[in-house]
Design a protein around this ligand. Structure first.
Ligand code: GSH
Length: 418
């Protein structure tokens, strides 16, 4: 039977245990029709958590409050501890990062976020102090993640779930690109984690906030009435300091999805799926069959080819971290599957490894929606292939073919996006 989690959906603390439950194979359900500041003010709720905060988990042995404690309980419930590791030191490090992200990240994100929403008084010096503490924490995390894919060990642990949920509030509500771009490893980590299937089931597609919410005093002149306290008989409307309230409002009126501009291009003689099939099905004589077939099909008006070159190759010091980075990129390119084909090579027999790739895109430019949605794009230098230059054409062939040695070096791996 499923355990019941009392919380509105998308609450930044409740998502910790919902994601942990996906990994641990525990059945967890949100209490139906939960209403913030109504459901958590009832005598039944206050018996479970006397300070009336969410989330609360109802278990056969009684309720648990505090989201980290709930997530730990869920992670350990089945006894196989998939979200923990086997040694005391590794498990201590898992707890270390859980505490670090709760005190150093979540705490400071809340100090930046709540005053701007008007749920705490706004004081500039407090904001500045929180901002500088948060930067210090991000810097520490960034340095750790430069040579680690996950916080502890080589797989997702509870530390990654709780840290990512804490980052989630930041990335979606207050930390714009100009803040996070100083910490490329934190960005890579965050986007990789939120795109894991077990995270996506709970979070859906995550988008970074584009503008910082204005400070309340700046809102006042243009919206004097809204800054007044709401009447007492409307508790639900004042009640939600939560991002989910904003999301609910956005979701109420779904707009028709605009057509992808690439679908409006003049038809092409090249059928991308035919090329992908030829690539996948050619097992021998690759040059004569697949490469020749590619150029026979290639439509230079309907498609363009691009080389990409990772800008930070000197940071690729650990082979599996480099491979995971490229794997994450290909996962995030999922949104372009209808319009793209790609090959990514991880080059070299020892660190630092070079990452280079070849992409085929519908149209003459790199599609704007890919640039907007896939954060990895800016980590690469992009150069359009001149197919009339024989050297460039040969480089394309070698990349499609996983030719070795590539530019004089062996390949650590070659990944295909198709
Ligand atoms: N440390 C607690 C924080 C819980 C918390 O602050 N919950 C907020 C929503 S995120 C809440 O219930 N606010 C409503 C209230 O204070 O009545 C946890 O991690 O569970």
């Amino acid at each position: 039977m499923a355990l019941i989690l009392h919380s509105p959906p998308n609450n930044k603390n409740a998502i910790k245990s919902l994601i942990a439950a996906e990994y641990a194979g525990v059945q967890l359900e949100l209490a139906p029709n939960f209403e913030m500041l109504v459901s958590n003010r009832t005598p039944e709720f206050l018996k479970m958590n006397p300070i009336g905060k969410v989330p609360v988990l109802e278990t056969p042995d009684g309720p648990i409050f505090e989201s980290n404690a709930i997530a730990r309980y869920v992670a350990r419930l089945k006894g196989d501890n998939v979200l923990y590791l086997s040694t005391p030191i590794d498990n201590a490090r898992i707890e270390q990062w859980i505490d670090f992200s709760s005190f150093e990240i979540d705490n400071n994100v809340l100090k930046l976020y709540l005053p701007r929403l008007g749920y705490m008084p706004y004081h500039q010096p407090i904001e500045e102090a929180a901002n500088s503490s948060l930067k210090k924490a991000f810097q520490a995390l960034n340095t750790h993640l430069a040579s680690n894919t996950y916080l502890v060990g080589h797989s997702v642990t509870l530390a990654d779930i709780i840290t990512t949920c804490n980052l989630y509030l930041g990335f979606t509500q207050i930390l714009v690109k100009s803040f996070t771009s100083e910490f490329p490893h934190v960005e890579r980590y965050f986007w990789t984690l939120v795109n894991q299937p077990n995270f996506r089931k709970t979070l859906g597609q995550v988008k970074q906030i584009e503008t910082i919410p204005p400070i309340p005093s700046a809102k006042k002149p243009s919206q004097p009435k809204e800054s007044k306290p709401k009447p007492k008989d409307e508790p639900k409307k004042v009640a939600k300091p939560e991002p989910e309230k904003l999301k609910e409002a956005e979701e109420e009126a779904p707009k028709p999805k605009p057509k992808n501009p690439l679908d409006l291009l003049p038809p092409s003689t090249m059928i991308l799926d035919e090329w992908k099939r030829l690539y996948s099905n050619t097992k021998t004589n690759f040059r004569e069959v697949a490469i020749k077939g590619f150029w026979d099909m290639y439509d230079p008006e309907g498609y363009s080819l691009w080389f990409c070159d990772y800008k930070y190759n000197d940071e690729n010091t650990v082979s599996f971290v480099t491979l995971n980075k490229v794997g994450g990129f290909l996962q995030r390119m999922d949104l372009a599957r209808k319009y793209a084909f790609g090959k990514m090579l991880v080059i070299g027999s020892q660190a630092p490894f070079k990452v280079k790739g070849l992409w085929l895109f519908r149209g003459q430019e790199i599609p704007q929606f890919v640039i907007d949605e896939c954060y990895d794009m800016e980590l690469y230098e992009w150069t359009k292939v001149d197919i009339y230059d024989e050297n460039q054409k040969e480089r394309v062939n070698q990349m499609i073919e996983d030719y070795e040695p590539f530019e004089g070096e062996s390949l650590l791996d070659a990944k295909c996006f198709k």
